[in-house]
Design a protein around this ligand. Sequence first.
Ligand SMILES: *Cc1c(COP(=O)(O)O)cnc(C)c1O
Length: 323
Amino acid sequence: MTGPDSVMCPGFENVREASARLSGVAHVTPVMTSRQADAQTGASLFFKMENLQRGGAFKFRGAYNAVASLSMDARRAGVVAFSSGNHALSVALACRLLGVKATIIMPNDAPLAKMAAARDYGAEVILYDRATGDRDAMAADLADQRGLAVIPPFDHPDVIAGQGTATAELIEAVGPLDYLFVPVGGGGLIAGSALAAAALSPECRVVGVEPEAGDDGRRSFESGSIVTIDTPDTIADGARTRSLGEYPFHIIRRHVRRMTTVSDAALEWQMSFFLQRMKLLVEPTGCLGAAAAFAEAEKGARIGVIVSGGNVDLPALGRLAAA
Ligand SMILES: *Cc1c(COP(=O)(O)O)cnc(C)c1O
């Protein structure tokens, strides 16, 4: 049986090791504040700007940590990753930095900018049809045929440990928090974040945020077993996952206080806020935590917000500006 209780979950010591591996490689992204945000919420908000991370999202942290943790033999053989976006880019970039050959499996409807960026980083990109293809099976086949290591987007201890380094930096920069709002797709980011928060700010309540259309994580959290849904229809493309991963779920159950959702309209409002008020480009998925913090902030609380990414297609930005 490989149920959640028998998986070997990472701990905070693994987040620490990841921080050491990422030192001098990943950016220590800035923590920003906004008087306007504080006035509007009555709280003190600390935004950890992972839209300014290499590759445009926190995903670089987990991807680099996972590739750098492979044995030398595995590195020589190369890696395969599947993702529509930020994870693919991050694996491609991590592999270029570490001299490892990357094969990336992407849906044929992935943003062109992301496909092009993966190729620019030197990865081989293989496209599949979202409706008919099974990317897990494709990755497994490629891994078998070519002897490649699979780097999954969230359900992997080294990926989770890497993602946790952003929250470790945030708490080290601003001190203990009352709340931490974190975007949730497959749960790798919040799992790592929760490990770091539990160790560095034990009173901090970690809140996971999903798009309204894809609340499988909340339903899983509340029911106690992983719920799988159809691919949700939302502008938060980084959270269009069908279920939480097993490692993330196990950690979420132990260390996360609550799960909540926000509407696509709230994400659009939040994107405009970041652009107009803070001069920051944040992708819709990157706005999940902030949108929930604006809606639910407790007055007077110190609230950390993980702003998870900034990869936006220009046409999508144009539509937002025109709306
Ligand atoms: C992948 C991604 C998420 C969700 O991360 P998970 O580890 O899958 O929960 C959130 N925001 C952005 C920008 C992402 O790329």
